[in-house]
Write a protein that binds this ligand. Structure first.
Ligand code: FES
Ligand code: FES
Length: 153
């Protein structure tokens, strides 16, 4: 075991875990931030997406020892009141079906819009391509991102 001080959603939190423990496990099992979901565990589905220093990463495949002082943002920390433009667009477009993939979808989309605030449809398509939704909500996801981008820009 080793002690890690992590900057999560603006707070410094301490965990005592093995250095190769994936961030996803740390977030869910040690810090009780269960908005981030376990899907495949092998960086294939995007359900576990969080931001590491503003970049979307798959937390199932990032060992806690690789995080250092870089800030982590989870869906719980994306906005204080759950009113990020993407979250509002998600409600307006009634995006989720079962909901399981949606935190990862939103986190991936948020990092994408932060670096590309006025994306084309094709850019949205490309950016979201790796996030899998078993319920097939892709059309509503794309529409909500487009809408949020319009409001943010
Ligand atoms: S659980 Fe991490 S990408 Fe699927
Ligand atoms: S809403 Fe069910 S997996 Fe995406």
């Amino acid at each position: 075991m080793a002690t890690f001080n992590l900057n999560v959603n603006g707070k410094t939190l301490q965990v005592d875990v093995l250095p190769d423990t994936p961030m996803l496990w740390v977030l869910r099992d040690h810090l009780d931030l269960v908005g981030t979901k376990f899907g495949c565990g092998i960086a294939q589905c995007g359900a576990c997406t969080v931001h590491l220093d503003g970049v979307a990463v798959r937390s199932c495949s990032v060992p806690v020892s690789a995080v250092g002082e870089k800030p982590i943002t989870t869906i719980e920390g994306l906005s204080e009141a759950g009113d990020h433009p993407l979250q509002e667009a998600w409600v307006e477009h009634d995006v989720p079906q079962c909901g399981y993939c949606q935190a990862g979808q939103i986190m991936n989309a948020a990092a994408f819009l932060a670096r590309n605030p006025k994306p084309t449809d094709q850019e949205i398509e490309n950016a979201m391509n790796g996030n899998i939704c078993r319920c097939g909500t892709y059309v509503r996801i794309r529409a909500a991102i487009k809408d949020a981008a319009g409001k943010m820009g």
